[in-house]
Design a protein around this ligand. Structure first.
Ligand code: GP9
Ligand code: MN
Length: 660
């Protein structure tokens, strides 16, 4: 080996020369290999409708340029070593995500890592999740690792020789090299950022609008940002929500929040006469997708839209002014509000943003009381981050899409008839009283069912979204009819408190078909009610209390009421709902700041100024001066802000640590 004054060492041995050249191209190999692994990973996942597109390719390339490009700022030998280490880390990350996805249909995120129990529940399954072909991800290591080590050693040797013979470390001749290196590193990161920013910006301003504000599924983030982008975003999201949210809670605020729960203790407790009346009964809750209230008891062309539910009302409690209280978290918000009796957040879903906080949740409370608790939903466990949240909520198990036999493919998954049948079969195996929380799916937007599943003559709405919606509701009503028959046949019906409510509205804003169906013009207040009210039907084991209840109520009221019947004092729980049996007038607060006490209904304006909001008077069903709604405004706002504090600052944990 003969060192030269200015250039790199020239090797006399040909193969060493080749090796040196190959080693110096380390960044190229790195980019090609990691990019190939990401593409391979995407193919291995094969998420329906999410195959890697050209713009996804550029995003992936951009991410690799950022992750690897900064090493161009290092000297050649350290760059080689850094790229080798990065290759190992990224390969392990890709492989872990792949195995994890095969089981949970989700990616490893910070909340996953913090819920160690979740990862360890993979346990014995790991071996079955790893496939022989996964070895391809590691195959380059056979060459990359030894080559990088040899190159590192050669370059180290070369540097020793150079510095001892000709170039003094820190001499002026080295400076241009450092500057070139730094510029290369920065340019690479800049190009990488651009390759990501342009397609992501393009997607989020068109078909993926609102993705980061109210996202519902890690897979949908991945679909836009790629795997490395997802992990980067996930860390950012977690850090922002948990470490850098800026706001801390003062001792006064903490005490104020605690006081609120103490002051409203009686609201959660119902009349003593019915306390514990249904102790040890099973509880089944059916959360029906996009099920609005207006369909109950209605007919189209002489046919009942919900014949089974209508029949059931004769022996059930029907709350006909029952509000959903959801926000951007849609289905997951309804789930959260019902089981946790707290308001969802103003942006995003609690399930995604705060799945690891302490909550007083129906499944957890009932599990402590000896119940077997199960969540049932025939869709991917990772959707809305359910599997993580459900673990924290206290479910013994979560029966998700992979646990159902798809013997009735319909819409997004197995149809509700089969879903309910398979779910009831599973819960009937319980040895103890059980709590089952079921989420239906067939009536999901855009509501299109195959002709064979359509039963109604919906003229003149055939093949419109409104007509399709009615058909879907009719199908769900049938499915519920089959479920109640099944429960009766198994001897479970009169041992169970059975609850059904709609999770949120159907997103159909067209007034005309509603006017045709209902036979009257649809006023602004009618429309607001239509979009904010869902039915709540409660069947008690002995069919008691049947009738229609028109005091306003909301999803947050379900948990305290159920606990009361089961003989568990909801007064002790950090819940914000009311007992539905309590005689006093309730204030129902919606996530967007709307509220009602049954006499007035207030809708805030976009500018947030109270006086610009709309206040409806229920006695006339017309708008009235905003001042009529004003006395309730402060309390409505206060409730939303306490709920937000409880969630974002994990207050229930703090309350309990303080000995409550
Ligand atoms: C899918 C179901 C639908 O799992 O939660 O979610 P949505 O779009 O209604 O929130
Ligand atoms: Mn929904």
């Amino acid at each position: 080996m003969k060192p030269t004054i200015n250039g790199p060492v020239r090797y006399s041995n040909r193969s060493l020369r080749l090796l040196s050249l190959v080693g110096r191209l380390d960044i190229v190999w790195f980019v090609v290999l990691i990019l190939w692994k990401l593409i391979w990973f995407d193919k291995a996942l094969s998420i329906p409708n999410m195959a890697m597109s050209t713009s996804d390719f550029w995003v992936a390339l951009g991410a690799v340029l950022i992750v690897g490009g900064w090493t161009l700022g290092l000297s050649a030998r350290w760059r080689t070593l850094a790229l080798m280490i990065l290759n190992v880390i990224l390969t392990i990350l890709i492989f872990s995500d792949l195995v994890y996805f095969r089981y949970f249909q989700d990616f490893i995120s910070v909340p996953v890592l913090l819920q160690a129990a979740q990862v360890s529940s993979l346990g014995d399954s790991i071996a079955s999740l790893i496939m022989l072909k996964d070895g391809l991800l590691f195959i380059d290591w056979i060459v990359v690792i030894p080559l990088s080590i040899v190159t590192f050693r050669m370059l180290s040797k070369e540097r020793r020789v150079q510095s001892s013979s000709y170039i003094l470390p820190g001499s002026s001749r080295r400076r241009p090299k450092i500057i070139t290196r730094l510029i290369s590193g920065i340019v690479s990161i800049a190009i990488g950022s651009l390759l990501i920013a342009v397609p992501v910006q393009q997607a989020t301003s068109t078909w993926a609008k609102g993705l980061f504000a109210g996202h519902w599924w890690n897979a949908s983030i991945y679909n836009v940002t790629g795997l490395l982008g997802f992990h980067g975003y996930d860390v950012y999201r977690y850090a922002k929500d948990n470490w850098f949210s800026g706001a801390t809670i003062s001792a006064e605020e903490l005490a104020g929040a605690k006081q609120w729960f103490a002051d409203h203790r009686a609201d959660r407790q119902g009349p003593p006469v019915s306390f514990s009346k249904y102790k040890d009964s099973n509880v089944i809750i059916v959360q029906a997708e996009a099920f609005e209230n207006f369909v109950i008891g209605k007919k189209i062309n002489g046919q009942e839209i919900t014949p089974h539910l209508n029949a059931l009302l004769k022996e059930s409690m029907y709350f006909n002014r029952f509000f959903h209280q959801t926000g951007q978290g849609r289905t997951s918000d309804a789930d959260f509000g019902v089981n946790g009796s707290l308001h969802p957040l103003p942006t995003g879903s609690v399930f995604i943003r705060y799945p690891n906080q302490t909550y007083d949740m129906l499944p957890g409370i009932l599990k402590s009381a000896g119940y077997e608790t199960g969540a049932y939903h025939a869709y991917d466990a990772g959707f809305w981050n359910r599997y993580l949240m459900y673990n924290n909520m206290g479910y013994d198990f979560f029966m998700s899409r992979k646990d159902y036999k798809v013997d009735e493919p319909l819409g997004w998954s197995v149809g509700d008839k089969s879903f309910l049948r398979q779910s009831v079969a599973r819960m009937s195996e319980a040895q103890n009283p059980f709590y089952s929380f079921l989420i239906t799916l067939t009536s999901h937007h855009p509501y299109k069912l195959p002709e064979s599943a359509q039963q109604l003559n919906v003229d003149p709405h055939k093949d419109t979204i409104f007509g399709d919606y009615l058909q879907a509701i009719r199908y769900v009503d049938d499915a519920v009819g089959e479920m109640t028959a099944d429960l009766k046949q198994r001897g479970l019906w009169d041992k169970t408190i059975w609850v059904l409510y709609g999770d949120h509205d159907n997103s159909i804003w067209d007034r005309e078909p509603l006017a045709q169906l209902l036979g009257h013009d649809i006023s602004d207040l009618d429309m607001l009610e239509m979009k904010n009210q869902v039915p709540l039907i409660v069947h008690l084991p002995d069919g008691a209390n049947a009738g229609t209840y028109d005091t306003p109520s909301g999803q947050l009221d379900i948990a305290p009421t159920l606990l009361h019947w089961l003989g568990i004092d909801a007064g002790d729980k950090y819940m914000m709902g009311h007992n539905l049996l309590a005689p006093n007038n309730r204030l129902v607060v919606l996530r967007n700041g709307s509220f009602t006490d049954g006499n007035v209904f207030y809708v805030p304006s976009a500018d947030g100024l109270f006086e610009n909001g709309t206040c409806f008077d229920y006695s006339t069903r017309q708008t009235t001066d905003a001042s009529r709604c004003e006395p309730l405004e402060a309390e409505a706002k206060h409730r939303l802000s306490i709920s937000d504090q409880v969630i974002t600052h994990n207050l229930i944990k703090q309350f309990r640590q303080d000995g409550n």
